[in-house]
Ligand binder design. Sequence first.
Ligand SMILES: O=C1O[C@H](COP(=O)(O)O)[C@@H](O)[C@H](O)[C@H]1O
Length: 339
Amino acid sequence: MTEKVLLGGYTRRISQGIYQATLQDNTLSTPELFLQIGNPTYFAIDAKHQRLYTILTENDLGGVAAFDISQTTPQLINKVLAPGSAPAYIAYDQQRQMVFDANYHKGQANAYRISAAGQLALVATVSHQGKGPRPEQESAHIHYTDLTPDQRLVTCDLGTDQVTTYDFDQDHFKEVAVLQLDPGYGPRHLVFNPNKSVAYLLGELSSQVTVLDYNATTGNFTPVQTESLIPDNFTAHNGSAAIHISADGQFLYASNRGHNSIAVFTLTADGRRIDLIQRVSTEGDFPRDFNLDPSEKFILASNQNSDNLTLYKRDTESGFLTLLQQDIVSPEPTCVKFW
Ligand SMILES: O=C1O[C@H](COP(=O)(O)O)[C@@H](O)[C@H](O)[C@H]1O
């Protein structure tokens, strides 16, 4: 078994763009430069058409770009840039042939239509207003825009403590429901259970995960259970970051930047209750992202500040992680995607 992984990140210190590594025989190769580009902190892959949609910055401009990755060397298809900060998240919508982003600093979500040739064209923007009690919540900060299982869109706004559901039709965002979290919760990312109408919301500022019932008729999310992602006696700064679920819907994983760990939860059969079973060190500083490989027998974590990746063996029966490889040199990594 050989799997390829792409690693996005900042290019503020030592990185030059997106890197590629290979996972084979329980070992990850040293990542090598795949695509030279500014600050590709998050990207999405269209495996069918072999295209990559990434965030980027160029001088004082920020935006998104499309690349053909069918050959060894990626080929630029086009870029859509605007003055100011780049987005923080990008999602690919296969059914509608769209790309959606979340611009944290501008408090906006953008929709781009993809042409048959893979070119992106901006067609809609939605802006949030508001704030929260924490210093990081001085304005709206949309951190995540992605699809619900029924092809709606959901945004996590870290600034306003809101999760908002939208219909997207005829190039318009139409708000259908808003979940208001506790002040200072700081919703960052969300993942759906692959088999149930249940989602799991990660709070960056509160270091919490919340189980949410999703009502596909109304688009409403309803909190069911909230758990801490870090130990009660951990008092140093922590910002929780990424959240992922196994394809069988039985195990949930979430990363902690500060506590520098991945928290592992088991899920009940209905997906509506989670129980912590393990916290494992990421053997580095600031795990902004991690991901399961396609076989789901491994998890790869990316430590942004210590410039290293950590590979774990994942027991698919118990969900437990065992350290396999650490100190894999990777510059400023913030996004991990196998393809
Ligand atoms: O997770 C986070 O992301 C935001 C947005 O990233 P940026 O690269 O657009 O600045 C960041 O500002 C925040 O500090 C961090 O916790």
